[in-house]
Every structure is written in C-alpha cells, then in structure tokens.
Design a protein around this ligand. Structure first.
Ligand SMILES: Nc1ncnc2c1ncn2[C@@H]1O[C@H](COP(=O)(O)OP(=O)(O)OP(=O)(O)O)[C@@H](O)[C@H]1O
Length: 253
C-alpha cells in the first residue's frame, strides 16, 4: 500500500500541493484527474521521489520516505516503473536498448539475461520483431507499448503513468488502458495514472482522485463519479455534451 500523508509542495512562494492525502492499493489502478495546473504532475513527481515535499510524508509498504537512507531510496527507485508523458523513448536507441536501459542501470544481468527479459516484456505488451527498430519506425500506440514494457522490465511494485494516452486515437487509447489495467492485476502492482482522458477515467478508474488547486477536492470511482453532485467534479467531467448525455442515460438506468 502507498499512503500519502498530508503532503505540501511549493516552488518559491507558489504553494502547489496544499496538504494532499491518499491511499493506493495493490492490484488497483487509480487515476488522478483535475484541470491543467492543479498539481497532478507535481503529485506524481513527489511519489517518484523527484520532488521532496516540505511537509507530510509518503509511506511505501510501511517504509516512510522521510526516514529512508539514500541506499533505501535507491532500492525504492528500482521498485518504481514510470511511463512518462509522450513515452520519453530515446530516439537514437533501438527498442531493445530503450527497454534494457533500467536493467543496465540497476542490475548486473548479463547481455543474454537482459535480452531474455526484454523479449518477455515485449511479448507481454503484444509486440514482436521490433527489437532492432527505432522509435520513429513505430506507431504512437506501439511506442506507448514500448514505454510500458520499459516501465515493467524491472518487475516493479509501483507503476506511475503520466498521461499514457496523450496523442492516441480513442480506440488505441482503450487498448493501452486495458493493457495497463491487466498488467496491474496480473503483477499486483500499485498503479497511479495522471489523466485528462475521461474515457480512461470511466474505463479503468477503480479509484479516482480529483485535484483542484493543489487540494483533493473529491475521491471516488468510475461507479460513483456519475452520481456525484460535487460541482467542481461535474464541471470538469461534464464539460462535453457527450458526457452530459452519458450521465443522463446512466442516472436513468
Ligand atoms: N519544477 C517546477 N518549478 C516551478 N513550478 C513548477 C514546477 N513544476 C510544476 N510547477 C508549477 O506547479 C503547478 C502545477 O503543475 P503540474 O504540472 O503539476 O500541473 P498538472 O495538473 O499536471 O497540469 P497539466 O494537466 O497541464 O499537465 C503549475 O503552476 C506549474 O507551473
């Protein structure tokens, strides 16, 4: 379990996270939603250990970040898989080398062991015969699968994804969502996704946290988001006519 306890993060006098608490469980896919600038990426970067909150703490399976030594923090980093916005693949490296990157950085595996692991994760994200290709030779959806393969190559306990669907068509986006959810259940990871994509939220948001101006304004699931009368949430979710109609139909059924 990850327990986020009342974290605050500022840049200069710009107070971004103003006391956010949340709990995330194994095998569950959680979504962080909110308007642009509400603090979603800063929140994820605090979880990743890239930003240190000035106040509050984060507990990863009974380990408090504030009490960890540097080597324990390095161990924790190995347990985290990250899918960056846009995929963040290295353009000049082959797909195989992109996926090997964390293995080279954090393990003593031999070339053969690394190759075996790369092939395993590529197979898991349903990609074949792409080892020697470069990112630009793959479609956007395939690149996202490679980014997921790289994120899970170390067999992480925690998977964090910053807008994994950005730039994808709705059909491919759903395939990527389902893949992340399947992998989360299969490997019993704790998965946290920042998203703007309401389709994703409705599809896989077992837990949804709505951030507004650095505060947790609402928490629920794809089952309860249709029922809420929290104005900030409804203004955000139902700004499109499509979702207004969906809500009407859902609430009548
Ligand atoms: N490294 C930084 N230094 C200074 N300010 C930052 C830094 N990172 C983020 N911020 C500020 O924190 C605020 C929240 O940014 P954040 O990227 O978390 O928003 P977001 O909710 O992820 O937005 P979006 O949906 O547009 O990605 C913004 O005002 C941003 O300018």
């Amino acid at each position: 379990m990850i327990e986020v306890k009342d974290i605050h993060k500022s840049f200069g006098d710009h107070h971004i996270l103003k006391g956010v608490s949340a709990t995330f469980h194994k095998g569950q896919t959680s979504m962080i939603i909110g308007s642009s600038g509400s603090g979603k990426t800063v929140f994820l970067k605090c979880l990743l250990g890239l930003f240190a909150p000035e106040q509050g703490d984060i507990c990863y399976d009974d380990r408090y970040y504030s009490k960890m030594t540097l080597s324990e923090k390095r161990e924790l980093r190995k347990e985290i898989g990250m899918v960056f916005q846009g995929g963040a693949l290295f353009d000049s490296e082959t797909i195989e080398d992109n996926i090997k990157f964390p293995l080279k950085m954090f393990t003593d595996q031999t070339g053969e062991e690394m190759k075996e692991r790369v092939n395993f994760v590529l197979n898991r994200v349903h990609l074949e015969n792409v080892n020697d290709k470069f990112p630009a030779e793959l479609s956007g959806g395939m690149q996202k699968r490679v980014a997921i393969a790289r994120a899970i190559v170390m067999n992480p306990k925690y998977l964090f994804c910053d807008e994994p669907n950005s730039g994808l068509d709705p059909q491919t986006a759903i395939v990527i969502d389902n893949l992340i959810q399947e992998i989360t259940e299969e490997y019993q990871m704790i998965t946290i996704i920042n998203s703007h994509d309401m389709n994703s939220v409705m599809e896989i948001g077992e837990k949804i946290i709505f951030l507004k101006q650095g505060l947790k304004e609402w928490e629920g699931s794809y089952k309860t988001i249709f029922k809420t009368d929290n104005k900030a949430v409804t203004d955000f979710v139902y700004c499109s006519n499509l979702y207004k109609k969906v809500r009407e139909v859902y609430n009548k059924s």
